[in-house]
Write a protein that binds this ligand. Structure first.
Ligand SMILES: [Zn+2]
Length: 202
């Protein structure tokens, strides 16, 4: 029988992306075998992340409790006339890595998915509309996945922002359909950003 704490550790690890039951078990055993080198530093990193990581109250990017609004929001050297809309805060990290965008960001917290009962009220869409008006963005670049739900979300936003004067654009196609922004490599993202297409006419 595996001792209960190790069993619990395995169960937690198995819920992580990229881990199956076997790899979770292997990782858990490696951790308890080397507490000083592996287990305690991980426990400390988890404690700090749980205590300090949060999402920026303005854009939704990952930040820390002592930096809200985040650096992306408060950096005066960035282009305050453009905002890039993503589904997930992790997407922001990928787009930053591509170096092709130097404006502001807005993470929606997902995409519209009627089949799974994810309606507009579940996403940070009202906050986006507020920001477009308040911060006066001239361009709203949609970096959403290229599946049906991503298309529906893009259409909804283009409609929502009618009359704000903001030009709505979308990443050029060519991103993997089933994975989305976070798993695209920097070069693909850069091409998609540079080749962005207008969705509305101002
Ligand atoms: Zn922010």
């Amino acid at each position: 029988m595996t001792p209960k704490p190790i069993d619990e550790l395995e169960k937690c690890l198995a819920r992580l992306p990229g881990f199956g039951r076997r790899s979770a078990s292997r990782a858990a055993l490696a951790l308890v075998r080397e507490p000083g080198r592996l287990l305690q530093p991980l426990a400390e990193a988890l404690r700090v992340a749980a205590a300090e990581v949060r999402c920026c109250s303005s854009c939704g990017a990952f930040t820390t409790t002592d930096r809200d609004p985040c650096d992306l929001c408060s950096d005066a050297t960035r282009d305050g006339g453009r905002v890039c809309v993503v589904e997930d805060p992790a997407d922001i990290i990928s787009i930053e890595a591509s170096g092709a965008f130097r404006g502001r960001y807005h993470a929606l917290g997902g995409k519209l998915a009627p089949a799974r009962h994810v309606g507009p009220g579940r996403l940070r869409l009202a906050e986006l509309q507020d920001r477009v008006v308040r911060e006066g963005f001239s361009e709203v670049l949609l970096a959403l996945s290229t599946d049906m739900d991503g298309d529906a979300t893009a259409g909804y936003i283009a409609e929502m922002l009618k009359g704000t004067g903001a030009k709505v654009t979308r990443l050029a196609f060519g991103l993997p359909t089933d994975s989305g922004v976070a798993y695209s490599d920097p070069l693909t993202l850069k091409r998609a950003i540079n080749g962005r297409q207008p969705l509305n006419l101002v």
